[in-house]
Design a protein around this ligand. Structure first.
Ligand SMILES: *Cc1c(COP(=O)(O)O)cnc(C)c1O
Length: 349
């Protein structure tokens, strides 16, 4: 029986929990003697923290990285506060108070952040050292500062700028982290993101921080064969209609039929993360049959050619390709963007 207060969604995002768990285990194994954590910022890269965090926890993951304090509550609904690291660190006393109240651990990124954390009571923290990406983290020249010496550092970390490339910078960054580790007392060391894990054991240290590869991304060739796709997206056909030669489809009639056609309007658009780049030249799929996209992608809809699937009717489900390697490349998007643009309606579907 359908619930009149919760009519079913016409959009479906399926996260393959087995594949997600298998990807974490593969990355943990590839991390050698290091333990893999998980980057679950941006609502687990658009796939939903409530879906992904329990799966990663049950697979064995013990450290979860988010960017904002606003992301903490969603994660600690599933894991202890102490397992959550907040990459942006602390900017205000309110951040510090919240961290202590829920037990989440800030990643201290500057001397000012170190001073604030200590002044408000100190306690366990992580520390980011900038070894060349010039984004967040204390400078290598600041590692002997008294404000750093005052910290109780668990994970001393840095972040690779070009781990997906073959560049001398990777080794240089690892060496700088090693140097910092000799000056700063700490429990554990961490450098590698997904691509960094593929660089091998010299980059793994004690904790790795994979994100994109957990969710099916393959940022370096070495990971091919180890990583399974995780995401499946489907949308329902809302309406089918015949169009005659000379008729246009969608805003600005950028597609004009030159023959009689049967077309279908599908319940997914750019508000759901099916961006306008993914219009003409792309296709949806039903049972292996290709349904080319006609005209512009609208906010809530896209129109497809039903020539290859004359049996389809309103209510039928179509597969929306979400291969974050191929589709991203074909449409000038990064695999990260392909996931993080997934919209709220699709996530909640
Ligand atoms: C996002 C992020 C990661 C994860 O990176 P991927 O490339 O998705 O594996 C790791 N570390 C830090 C500091 C990050 O910001």
């Amino acid at each position: 029986m359908t619930d009149p207060f919760h009519p079913p969604s016409t959009l479906r995002l399926t996260v393959d929990a087995d594949a997600l768990a298998a990807n974490w285990r593969a990355l943990d194994t590839l991390s050698g003697s290091a333990n893999a954590g998980a980057a679950v910022k941006a609502d687990a890269y658009g796939l939903g923290v409530d879906v992904c965090v329990p799966v990663l926890r049950d697979a064995g993951c013990e450290t979860f990285f988010v960017a904002h304090w606003s992301e903490v509550a969603g994660v600690i609904a599933h894991v202890p506060g102490a397992a959550v690291a907040v990459l942006h660190g602390v900017l205000t006393e309110a951040d510090c108070a919240y961290a202590r109240a829920v037990g989440a651990v800030p990643v201290i990124n500057s001397l000012d952040q170190a001073e604030l954390w200590t002044a408000t009571g100190g306690g366990r923290c992580h520390l980011m050292v900038d070894t060349g990406i010039n984004r967040l983290g204390i400078a290598v020249t600041e590692i002997n500062d008294a404000r750093i010496a005052a910290l109780d550092v668990d994970i001393l970390m840095s972040h690779l700028a070009s781990a997906d490339e073959r560049t001398a910078m990777n080794r240089m960054q690892a060496e700088l982290l090693q140097e910092a580790s000799e000056a700063i007392p700490h429990q554990r060391l961490s450098l590698a993101n997904s691509a960094g894990i593929a660089l091998g054991p010299d980059f793994a240290f004690d904790v790795t921080r994979p994100g994109i590869a957990l969710y099916g991304g393959v940022p370096r060739g070495e990971l091919t064969g180890h990583i399974r796709p995780v995401v499946r997206v489907e949308a329902q056909l809302l309406q089918c209609r015949p169009i005659a030669p000379g008729e246009g489809v969608g805003y600005n009639a950028t597609f004009i039929a030159n023959t009689h056609m049967r077309v279908g309007t599908v319940s997914i658009g750019y508000a759901d993360g099916f961006l306008r780049q993914r219009g003409p030249g792309n296709a949806l799929v039903h049972d292996g049959r290709t349904l080319p996209i006609l005209g512009k992608v609208s906010m809530d809809m896209v129109v497809v050619d039903l020539a290859s699937a004359p049996d389809l009717r309103a209510g039928d489900w179509l597969t929306v390709p979400w291969d974050i390697t191929d589709a991203a490349q074909q449409n000038g998007l990064s695999p990260y963007e392909m996931l993080t643009v997934i919209g709220g309606r699709l996530r909640r579907g």
